[in-house]
Design a protein around this ligand. Structure first.
Ligand code: ZN
Length: 245
């Protein structure tokens, strides 16, 4: 069984790091790509949108996956500077079935330590959903800030998206309520190193499809790592399945 912990669906707004706005992935296209690579399930989230457009993009995503909720599980991408973001996540979880929250401090342009962020974190924790946070691409994307959140909110479950920031492993090792998603790990050796450093219980396979190197490539890094079959099972599906239960 393979469960991809990080996939984007639908057309996004263009932004300076990527042309994802021009390369939308429909649910049909995604399911075809998943089947081609024997991926059973996936966490799906919208593509990048400007803050005031995120609510609609999440609702559209929920509608687009409603016939496939046995395979696709939504994470709502929200911006903490939107005044009613706490009401938004409440509705998205309770009425639209979202299973997690996604934050992107780099594209949003905010520090995770900001008070406006903390109220949304508290709300997500009260809803008992995991919080995935983009890391990498400069100071705002430092994994160190995710570590601070995890220390301040020991009852929360945090996912560091991407193995880009050099600090991602140290931060995950220090905090038992942080999980590390594997997209952009440069090499299978880095997966081996992560298992040896923080343990396979803390790692989640993710591709960031349609961004990044693609689903086949991201899975191959897990399969080529010098780790046990049990480690691979945990990383490829068991850990994320437990996390969103
Ligand atoms: Zn992503």
């Amino acid at each position: 069984m393979i469960f991809d912990a990080h996939i984007h669906v639908g057309k996004g707004d263009p932004f300076h790091y990527s042309d994802s706005g021009d390369s939308p992935v429909s649910v049909g296209d995604l399911l075809t790509e998943m089947d081609k690579n024997n991926v059973d399930n996936a966490i799906v989230m919208p593509n990048f949108h400007l803050p005031h457009r995120l609510w609609n993009s999440n609702v559209e995503l929920a509608k687009s996956i409603k016939n496939n909720t046995n395979r696709l599980f939504g994470f709502a991408w929200l911006d903490p500077r939107i005044e009613n973001c706490c009401n938004q996540i409440d509705s998205l979880v309770k009425k639209f079935g979202f299973r997690g929250l996604k934050l992107h401090p780099v594209l949003g342009g905010y520090y995770l330590t900001n008070k406006t962020v903390l109220r949304l974190i508290e709300k997500a924790i009260s809803l008992k959903i995991p919080i995935m946070i983009h890391t990498g691409w400069g100071l705002l994307g430092s994994a160190t800030y995710v570590g601070k959140l995890a220390e301040n909110f020991p009852e929360g479950q945090f996912i560091i998206a991407h193995m880009i920031d050099p600090e991602c492993m140290n931060v995950t090792k220090r905090n038992k309520n942080i999980f590390l998603e594997t997209s952009y790990a440069q090499h299978p050796r880095r997966i081996t190193q992560a298992v040896n450093t923080i343990g396979s219980d803390k790692l989640l396979y993710g591709s960031d499809y349609p961004l990044g190197g693609g689903i086949e490539f991201e899975i191959s890094k897990i399969n080529l790592a010098k780790i046990t079959d049990e480690d691979k099972r945990k990383i490829l599906s068991e850990n994320i399945t437990r996390l969103i239960e």
